[in-house]
Design a protein around this ligand. Sequence first.
Ligand SMILES: [Zn+2]
Length: 245
Amino acid sequence: MDKLTLNKELVPAIQSIVFNREYLYLVGPVDLPCDVNSQVRMFRWYSWIKTPEHIDQKDAQIKYLLDRRMENSQVSSVLTFGSLTENNIFVRLHSICHTGDIFGSQKCDCGNQLRASMERIVEHGSGILFYLANHEGRGIGLMNKALTYLLQQSGYDTVEANEILGLPVDCRSYDEALCILKHLRREGTITFLTNNPSKIEAARRYGFEEVRYEPLWVNESVHNHKYLMTKIEKTRHMLNREVSR
Ligand SMILES: [Zn+2]
């Protein structure tokens, strides 16, 4: 591809956002027609990476991204829907779950929460869904999650399994996503779709003032009853099904 075409197509779609002492390169949006409840809805998809490198020139930024060869890494996504200048938009900070999101595992509620949050955003008319790639197993990664699942099969709950293996119970940071959120949505009320108070607290710490939440309890079943109870009893998830005001 010649340089002129590269510049015309790609340069406007790469944004460099200051994040602490590093930079987030946000690439997009790409129109993404998604199946939501058997109807095609048009989302706008971005992905991003974090880098310590500050690059001024746009064509050098493109070369840097091409040279990074991220195929062995996971890269986070953000999907937006509708107008982001609406007074109150819905936001979901979704932690990747290989087993729940891809295979539909009912051991957890992640896959159902992912689909439900897209449905809620579409119903509401505007919102942002973050898909956070380094959050597998609440931050321990897929292989360690497999080890904890083996212990869970022997009867340990999700918190005990991590503790036995010397793994943190939850080491997720939402700051990168919140930085992108601030970039996409500078002011106005945000309603987080979540049962997890840590996400709301993280948003307030990050400087978001008008923050609400709507609970997102979905597929409660015999397969995930213990998992959901552990969330409520040990990791402060809110059983309350009311919407905050
Ligand atoms: Zn899950």
